[in-house]
Design a protein around this ligand. Structure first.
Ligand code: FE
Length: 219
């Protein structure tokens, strides 16, 4: 009788143990499925946020050279290296201009040199100092970012931002692009003979002032 009991309890334990083991595997499988689902959701969310980042920072490149335009009379060499041209007391609403520098094969240009200069919100250039003047270099991804003021117009000219762009720090090896960027919806765009609509920046509103984008394509 005790032998039967012993055998019975061994079989019972084996059945219960087997059930728990199988059940444990099933539970683990459920957790794994749920985790992979969460991971795939996370991946999807991250893809979505990358997409929205791309909308804000379009990396469009048609491979066509950015047109050059006249330098004008107010360029000064040896501007300070900086990405933020906004200083205390400078007239003009905040504008953040950002984009990429590409070559004609649409490859990002690392260490491209960009030298910006412009009038303030009242249409006045600083020809004594370096207000609203500054140069910078792109990062590995060819990206630049400039914090500045929205320029005002001055006699004969619609609002614009001057810029020089070059592939290398030394400006001797490749041609320097000298051009101007324009703002959309400016009445004087229609009457300014220098204006070129392919040099319009794309502007949108943000909580932190106007955000604009423009991609350069250089030789
Ligand atoms: Fe100008």
């Amino acid at each position: 009788m005790s032998n039967r009991l012993l055998i019975g309890s061994i079989i019972g334990t084996a059945i219960i143990g087997g059930y728990l083991l199988l059940n444990g595997q099933f539970t683990r499988r459920l957790i794994n499925t749920s985790l992979s689902f969460q991971l795939s959701q996370k991946q999807e969310i991250s893809n979505q946020s990358n997409q929205s980042a791309d909308i804000k920072m379009p990396n469009e490149c048609a491979g066509k050279l950015t047109p050059s335009l006249t330098e004008g009379p107010y360029y000064k060499v040896e501007s300070p290296m900086r990405t933020n041209l906004r200083e205390e007391g400078i007239p003009g609403a905040k504008l953040t201009l950002t984009g990429y520098v590409f070559d004609t094969n649409c490859q990002p240009v690392e260490q491209a040199w960009l030298d910006f200069w412009q009038a303030d919100g009242n249409g006045v250039y600083d020809n004594f100092g370096f207000k609203l003047r500054g140069h910078q270099f792109t990062g590995k991804d060819g990206k630049y970012i400039l914090e500045t003021a929205i320029p005002g117009n001055y006699p004969g000219r619609t609002p614009h931002i001057h810029v020089k762009v070059n592939k290398v720090r030394s400006s001797e090896q490749t041609p320097i692009l000298t051009t101007q960027l324009f703002l959309p919806d400016e009445a004087q765009n229609k009457t300014d003979s220098i204006f070129d609509e392919s040099l319009l920046i794309k502007i949108s509103d943000s909580a932190d002032g106007k955000i604009a984008t423009f991609n350069f394509i250089i030789d």
